[in-house]
Design a protein around this ligand. Structure first.
Ligand SMILES: [Cu+2]
Length: 112
């Protein structure tokens, strides 16, 4: 497949998974949605501060699978290219996380 077709497929797939349409019942009014991109074997941004009740979406833009995994708190499981996963931040504090496949990939979710 050409690069352009691959990108189009990704865009369509993401549109189909639009997180705004799937906001779950436990998101509170005024809660925000944040996106962390996974690209170039990095979490972008590496450190994210949110309010409790906000939703964080990790979106894998690399061609290899990744995870966003914080011990005992959250685990995206395997995210293939173009896949995303959302998490409603509840537990306040600083939560370091990694990619299980590439443990040198680190990020931090701060919930206030
Ligand atoms: Cu990874």
């Amino acid at each position: 497949m050409s690069r352009r077709i691959v990108l189009s497929v990704i865009v369509l797939a993401l549109a189909a998974l639009s997180p705004l349409d799937s906001a779950s019942a436990d998101t509170k009014p005024g809660a925000k949605t944040w996106t962390v991109l996974i690209k170039g074997f990095k979490f972008v941004p590496e450190r994210l501060e949110v309010e409790a009740g906000d939703t964080v979406i990790w979106k894998n833009e690399d061609i290899v699978p990744h995870t966003a995994t914080a011990k005992k708190l959250f685990d995206s499981k395997k995210l293939d290219q173009g896949q995303s996963w959302s998490y409603v931040a509840k537990q306040k504090g600083s939560h370091p996380y990694i990619c299980l496949y590439h443990p040198t990939m680190t990020g931090e979710l701060v919930v206030k």
